[in-house]
Write a protein that binds this ligand. Sequence first.
Ligand code: PLP
Length: 407
Amino acid sequence: MNQNLTTDRETFVTHLECSITGERYEADQLHGLSRAGRPLLVRYDLDAVRSTISRDTIAARPTDLWRWRELLPVRHTANIVSLGEIETPLVPIPKSGGPNVLVKDEGRLPTGSFKARGLVMAVAMAKELGVTKIAMPTNGNAGAALAAYATRCGIETIVFCPDDTPEINVREIAMQGARVWRVNGLIDDCGAIVGKGAAEGRWFDFSTLKEPYRIEGKKTMGLELAAQFGWKLPDAIFYPTGGGTGLIGMWKAFDELEKLGWIGSERPKMFAVQASGCAPIVRAFEAGEEHAERWEDASTVAAGIRVPKAVGDFLILRAVRESGGQALAVGDPAILKAVDAAAKQDGLLLCPEGGATLAAYTQALSTGLVDEDDKVVLFNCATGLKYPMPEAPQALDRTRPIDFDAL
Ligand SMILES: *Cc1c(COP(=O)(O)O)cnc(C)c1O
């Protein structure tokens, strides 16, 4: 077993808190949204964490997600479910990005996307709290991660996805032991089905931010960045934003790290990147609104960020504004061009959502929102191998004379 998991322990969780009213909820009980219908945030006794471990102790542990266990909610080690959640590398893309641009390549995680971070935590907590049946709406990757982890610990899983979800996602969900249904609608239509079944007591609702622990898993992206950058954060982070779990989670991580005294008060500018065909957060940001209206007729090649309405909209908008960043929209042609550039110039295959961050960075550079000296992190959230690639149809007949000059 991984050395980060060898001792059983008490968690440092004190309680959960409504993200809008601050109302307290008991730890160690099953919760969905708060009574106000908003996400619940997990709170820790950070003074106790500070007197128990140092950042150097953590830095000396094996570099995986569970090295952060004191800042995570799982109480009993036996409830941890793992498929090998590695610390993801920061890969330079000097030609397609620039000299100070690093891609945090989340495609290397189990199930090929950063959804593994959120779901490994949420499933471990579901196991700890005795959940036996879970349902979830997904654009693909979340369902795949849920299926893998839930199956591994014997939790029954039913997944609903839009009927145009990438074929590979639908099949990997089924292959990893979940029951998967293609629905003639978008992710929030799938979410309505999950909500109805949950209200009837048929299953536990695992929709984005409707259970409290996915944020805690996604928070590890912020913790990792701090450690990888020597406890000084980068100048800007470009995050492809659907439900926004990762952006909200990183912002929470930075706050906890500062309270621990492990980082200072400087923060990266947070850029929430959306596709022009589905940009509810960008529209709300520009209008100065605290909440985002549903985006009608959402459409983009970047399926992972095709989220017309996010429950955590106000948390995303708050983090972006407090950081001095912005919400930016990029069109599908710019997304595809960025994917092509990173692959052909730097040998790094991005997913379309990762391409969106590169396109947004290029745009931000040209409009002066960031400059070339800024240290920038782009999130590539899934392996590019899950997505369609252009054909490569050239064939060679070995029985005929070969024109070597033409190869
Ligand atoms: C889920 C997903 C996103 C969006 O992540 P959120 O944290 O939900 O905003 C982006 N890209 C890919 C590939 C995804 O699977």
